[in-house]
Ligand binder design. Structure first.
Ligand SMILES: *Cc1c(COP(=O)(O)O)cnc(C)c1O
Length: 365
């Protein structure tokens, strides 16, 4: 009955399927030891400095937070060497991506992104009734920038480049991205989603931050959910031209980022020790899985992130369910035209070992 009153594009929207929470697995399977290797979170927990800052902020929870996250924006402006009006902070990067889509997409526009990539880009396009143009990856599971440039039409409004790409973990080089930008008409918004920027160590990789002065319609995205270990707090931000940021900010809710999150993010930014420890652990996890998959003869892709994409010759959903019995939560990946795969986030040493053991067992069954 209600269906006919709903905006038609809402009917096309997909429900987001999040990584299975630890609590849910404990409840459903009656397990106590559960290892979440599914959502690319920081396995080291919360930075002790962020923890302290957040605790100190709790007793101000009766007061609304700053709407524009001014202190945090000042820190970020300094970090990136840009002026404050080039930055907007949102309730997680998901929120920033949604606002970007709301600012620019209409029912007669098109957006371009990779097949496969982070689902948020297609989700906001569908919510706005825009057309999704999905461009297949190369055989190395990298975004195919030439094919993406060739997919541009008069209707193209936005292009999302997830770099490093989620869920494949691969990168496009700074040179290739810079050359791509030259080919894209100035009015098209190019979004460089750099959620995993800190983890990438491929020498050809580089942030698009340095290209911002050349193009008002370039947007760089970063988040506090991954290396900074604050996924539950929901803080992410965009850096772009002051004009673009001004329009996107018009669509924000009055208080998008809560006070605890703002305080935690500022402290996390300044905790270099925690960041370094995270990156070191991450590299160990990456080496561990890559050499194990090499040995097992599994096809995987070079990870420039805190997770790895590995193809399996069994049904991903079934392998996921079987591993759950061992208390290991991974992310099954089955996409049309792609072999089944798992996306596994790197954890603590022990968690990595338990995950590999479970995977070996399940694949050998
Ligand atoms: C995790 C992730 C995000 C979302 O980050 P939040 O700040 O937690 O909303 C955005 N883009 C990519 C590619 C991600 O993997």
């Amino acid at each position: 009955m209600i269906e006919k009153y709903v905006r038609p594009c809402v009917l096309n929207c997909r429900d987001y399927v999040p990584g299975k929470p630890v609590e849910e697995v404990q409840r459903e399977l009656g397990l106590t030891d559960v290892y979440k290797m599914a959502s690319n979170e920081n396995p080291l927990g919360v930075s002790p400095k962020a923890m302290e800052a957040m605790q100190n902020e709790l007793n101000k929870a009766n007061r609304y937070p700053e709407s524009l996250c001014t202190d945090l924006v000042n820190c970020l402006a300094e970090k990136h060497g840009v002026s404050q009006d080039c930055i907007m902070v949102g309730n997680g990067l998901d929120n920033v991506i949604t606002l970007l889509g709301m600012t620019f997409l209409t029912e007669d526009s098109e957006i371009i992104y990779g097949d496969i990539t982070f689902p948020a880009y297609g989700n906001i396009a569908r919510k706005m009734g825009a057309k999704c143009v999905e461009v297949p990856l190369t055989d190395k599971m990298e975004l195919d920038l030439d094919a993406m440039a060739a997919a541009i039409t008069d209707k193209t409004k936005m292009i999302f480049i997830c770099n490093p790409n989620n869920p494949t973990g691969t990168v496009v080089s700074h040179n290739a991205f810079a050359a791509f930008i030259q080919k894209v008409p100035e009015h098209i918004i190019i979004v460089s989603d750099e959620a995993y920027f800190e983890f990438a160590d491929n020498p050809g990789f580089g942030s698009m931050m340095d290209m911002l002065p050349q193009r008002d319609t370039l947007v760089v995205l970063r988040t506090f959910s991954k290396v900074y270990g604050l996924a539950a707090l929901r803080v992410g931000y965009a850096v772009s031209s002051p004009e673009l940021i001004r329009y996107v900010l018009k669509l924000r809710e009055p208080f998008p980022v809560n006070r605890i999150a703002q305080a935690g993010a500022i402290a996390a930014l300044n905790d270099k020790e925690f960041e370094e420890k995270t990156l070191k652990l991450n590299k160990a996890g990456r080496d561990y899985f890559m050499s194990a998959f090499e040995e097992m003869g599994l096809k995987y892709y070079d990870s420039q992130t805190n997770f790895i994409y590995v193809e399996i010759d069994k049904n991903a959903q079934e392998v996921f369910q079987r591993m759950l019995q061992d208390g290991v939560i991974v992310r099954p990946q089955s996409f049309p035209g792609h072999p089944d795969a798992l996306r596994i986030s790197f954890g603590l040493e022990e968690e990595n070992e338990i995950t590999l053991k479970s995977l070996k067992k399940v694949l050998g069954e």
